[in-house]
Design a protein. Structure first.
Ligand code: AKG
Length: 286
């Protein structure tokens, strides 16, 4: 069996897979340096903007404390190149087919000692499509250990229900901890050395704890869809949507599958990032 065939088999069974050390230390050093520079550029800012999502404890007068770099692939050349890197894309094609569209990106930083948790959720709840050939790749910019707030996933949950991600009558991007208590006891951490990638299916139940360790956990997340998966929430900019085709050819024939869907509406009370959306979920796991 080829390596990609083995990756595909594991992904299809479990809804996630880790590929250790896909990127070498030179490749990781460039990503890390770029990321550190962007973090540093938040110094002096007093509120979140189109690049930085600030931690609640960030102080404009002190060292930058940021929880997310927004849209890195769309805003910085180094990450744009990575999203098209052939080592990575060959794996994505093995899982989604030859026609692949870039969907979104972010770097969740999790600075040492306090980096914010992400409550349990399914990405599918944020962006349902006509079929679920949609996934997220995580690129480890530092080692992912069991202590620095790694992504936790529930094996096999990509074949289960789509959970309610609402609170106070609006979408909140987080599942009440009580609704998934029997699931999350089976969760496993996705760990590996810097340069490893994690891949999780769009319906896989996942979350991550506060980083209480002394080691940061910057994780670059890039989502891709099969080109025949069309977003049920619509397309605000068709030109940019078609420009996001990064492999194969465009496909205007949407493939419809009998997948469970809950719409993320009414919209979350707090906008800006998942951390803001999740504010209204009071039954928290982390
Ligand atoms: O950064 C993490 O640990 C989780 C990220 C995540 O699931 C998300 O941002 O949707």
């Amino acid at each position: 069996m080829s390596n990609n065939a083995a990756i595909k088999k594991e992904y299809e069974i479990n809804g996630y897979v880790v590929v250790p050390s896909l990127f070498n230390s030179d490749e990781v050093d460039l990503l890390r340096k770029t990321t550190d520079d962007i973090i540093e550029s938040a110094r002096g800012k007093s509120k979140s903007d189109s690049i930085h999502d600030l931690e609640d404890s960030h102080d404009a007068a002190g060292a930058p404390k940021i929880r997310r770099i927004k849209d890195p692939v769309q805003q910085f050349d180094v990450y744009a190149a990575l999203a098209r890197n052939e080592k990575l894309l060959s794996i994505v094609r093995a899982l989604l087919g030859d026609n692949v569209r870039f969907h979104n990106s972010k770097i969740n930083i999790k600075l040492a000692e306090f980096g914010a948790a992400v409550e349990w959720h399914q990405d599918w709840a944020f962006y349902p499509h006509t079929n679920d050939a949609v996934l997220a790749v995580g690129v480890a910019l530092e080692d992912l250990t069991k202590d620095n707030g790694p992504l936790m996933v529930v094996p096999g949950s990509h074949r289960g229900p789509v959970y309610d991600h609402h609170a106070d009558g609006a979408f909140c991007g987080a599942i009440a901890a009580g609704d998934v208590a029997d699931q999350i006891k089976n969760a496993v951490p996705l760990i590996g050395p810097a340069g490893s990638i994690t891949i999780h299916h769009v319906r896989t139940l996942h979350g991550s704890a506060i980083n209480r360790s002394g080691q940061p956990r910057p994780l670059l997340l890039i989502s891709y869809t099969a080109a025949d998966a069309w977003p049920l929430m619509g397309i605000s900019d068709f030109h940019s949507f078609t420009n996001h085709l990064i492999s194969g050819s465009e496909c205007t024939a949407a493939r419809l599958e009998a997948v469970p869907v809950r719409m993320p509406l009414p919209a979350a009370a707090f906008q800006g990032s998942i951390y803001e959306n999740q504010r209204t979920q009071r039954d928290r796991a982390f």
